[in-house]
Design a protein around this ligand. Structure first.
Ligand SMILES: Cc1cc2nc3c(=O)[nH]c(=O)nc-3n(C[C@H](O)[C@H](O)[C@H](O)COP(=O)(O)OP(=O)(O)OC[C@H]3O[C@@H](n4cnc5c(N)ncnc54)[C@H](O)[C@@H]3O)c2cc1C
Length: 480
């Protein structure tokens, strides 16, 4: 495998994420190729998109009714999108408590946190029962301040969790306590949520695919849906065949922004990652042997985790190159951004300066105005969607699969009554204002983060621009 020393060359672009390549090299995650759809067929439910949302929905449909006939259509291979490229942070919405209460009230916030919390345990159990070694590790979730401006940014989260009676599920850590877990020289304190876990994301995606095939879900890969017709029966057309179905589920992630009906509620950002070669001795010297999922408290966050063989995988979230109106090739690899992530890794952990980087990659993030996914059903009542995870979808898409399976079987339960189901999501401004406006705000947010990282404070115009999304009622960007 090609390797590049940090800072000297761009991290190698291997075409797919390092996670997906690792998984596909193993027969249990590769399996029989699923051929493209050829000809016309029918099903009870057709699912568009072979990421976690589509696949968990198929799983929970089969749980509800093993005889249900489900077809899943994926343009690439299952897990080829963000579901096989992400950081593998498996956490719910406890860390969002401070944002949830103002939007949903205390009861709504508590209902949402409680609804997604079981997904971490349930994914662990699912992997065990289904023989999927997805490297599940419950190392906890560690949010750290890496500069003075970030110190105590966790206070509002802890206070909000206290109002919901959940304060005992998180703990504030001093700088020494943080560095006893992960000795980043810039770490100044933080907040730890022990229930957080990590997985190898592509192993989870590919394991799900295998389990679905074993259960009789008909999966067609290399089958982009090019036209979609609604009515009493839905029709999903692909280049070489179509599926007519009573119910349809749309789990297209960022690609859904090409659909006119979803465009007002979604915008696209990028997230980019690199993974190093193994350096277990260096990790040990950093005390980082507990598997903690680490993130800093920037608005465009760094997220970092380790692997069983002693690598660091680090990502930078919430970045935007240009107007980003649709998912283009730069979302899979952008040399400037992956190089930046590799440099940031060395800034955070200078002892990794000489450790080669094995690969860099990226993926699109489908951002919703509330920073949470939204689920619903469109007229005439048989087309259901789950979109807008805003960079936090590994555990929430498991909840999403339960919700969508309930919607597609016209069941009404406490999950379908959650305040992210069946409500009109917050709209973004229309074009031509939206994309340039988002780009200006995003540039200001990153400038503010970068200025604070060097000990400075952003000027009034940058701060005003960076906080504009919040002042317009979006749960995006910094509060101040
Ligand atoms: C780099 C990166 C790091 C991330 N890190 C984390 C993390 O650590 N923790 C976390 O919780 N979340 C993280 N996320 C977010 C998380 O990956 C997503 O929220 C989650 O994967 C969403 O799953 P999904 O199934 O809804 O969408 P996707 O995984 O995007 O799946 C949608 C699928 O639809 C397919 N598709 C698109 N158009 C068509 C079409 N016309 N016809 C057929 N198929 C089509 C796509 O190919 C894709 O496979 C990260 C995302 C990225 C990009």
């Amino acid at each position: 495998m090609t390797v590049a020393p940090l800072r000297s060359a761009a991290p190698p672009n291997l075409g797919r994420s390092w996670w997906l390549r690792e998984a596909l090299a193993l027969p249990e995650f590769d399996g029989e190729p699923a051929p493209p759809l050829a000809g016309d067929t029918t099903a009870d439910v057709v699912i568009l998109g072979g990421g976690y949302t589509g696949m968990w929905t198929a799983w929970f449909l089969k749980e509800r009714d093993p005889g249900i006939d489900v077809v899943l259509l994926e343009q690439d291979i299952c897990g080829g999108g963000p579901s096989g490229r992400n950081g593998g942070f498996l956490d719910g919405w406890l860390g969002h408590a401070g944002d949830l209460i103002p939007t949903f009230g205390e009861a709504g916030a508590k209902a949402l946190i409680d609804a997604v919390a079981p997904s971490v345990d349930e994914i662990e159990a699912w992997c065990d029962v289904n023989g999927v070694d997805a490297w599940f590790r419950r190392g906890g979730d560690l949010a750290v301040a890496t500069n003075q401006a970030q110190v105590e940014r966790w206070t509002s989260t802890i206070e909000a969790a206290g109002r919901l009676g959940l304060a005992d599920r998180m703990v504030e850590l001093s700088a020494d306590e943080v560095r006893a877990r992960c000795d980043g020289p810039s770490f100044l304190g933080g907040m730890f949520i022990p229930e957080g876990a990590t997985v190898q994301p592509a192993r989870l995606a590919r394991g799900l695919r295998r389990a679905l095939m074993e259960r009789g879900v008909r999966i067609y890969e290399g089958s982009p849906v090019t036209r979609f017709g609604t009515g009493r029966r839905t029709v999903a057309e692909t280049p070489h065949g179509s599926v007519g179905a009573g119910e349809a589920v749309i789990g297209l992630g960022a690609w859904a922004t090409t659909w006119r009906r979803f465009r007002p509620y979604l915008t696209i950002r990028g997230s980019y990652m690199v993974v190093t070669e193994p350096a277990p001795d260096l990790l040990e010297a950093l005390n980082w042997t507990g598997g903690e999922a680490v993130r800093d408290l920037r608005s465009s966050i760094h997220y970092l985790r380790t692997t069983p063989d002693g690598r660091i995988a680090i990502g930078l979230g919430g970045v935007q190159r240009g107007l980003s109106r649709r998912v283009g090739p730069s979302f899979a690899f952008d040399e400037g951004f992956v190089r930046r992530v590799a440099d940031d890794l060395v800034d955070l952990f200078p002892t990794f300066r000489d450790v080669p980087v094995a690969a860099g990659w990226g993926g699109p993030i489908n951002v919703s105005g509330r920073n949470l996914p939204f689920f619903g059903t469109a007229a005439p009542g048989n087309v259901h969607h789950g979109l807008g995870y805003t960079g936090n979808g590994v555990a929430p898409s498991h909840l999403g699969g339960k919700i969508l399976a309930a919607l597609a079987t016209h069941d009404d339960d406490e999950l379908t009554r959650l305040p992210i189901v069946g409500r009109t999501p917050k709209r973004f401004p229309p074009e031509p204002i939206r994309s340039p406006g988002m780009l200006v705000a995003n540039t200001a947010i990153r400038h503010k983060d970068n200025t604070e990282a060097t000990g400075g404070s952003a000027g009034p115009l940058t701060s005003l621009t960076a906080t504009t999304p919040r002042r317009l009622g979006y749960t995006l960007g910094p509060r101040r």
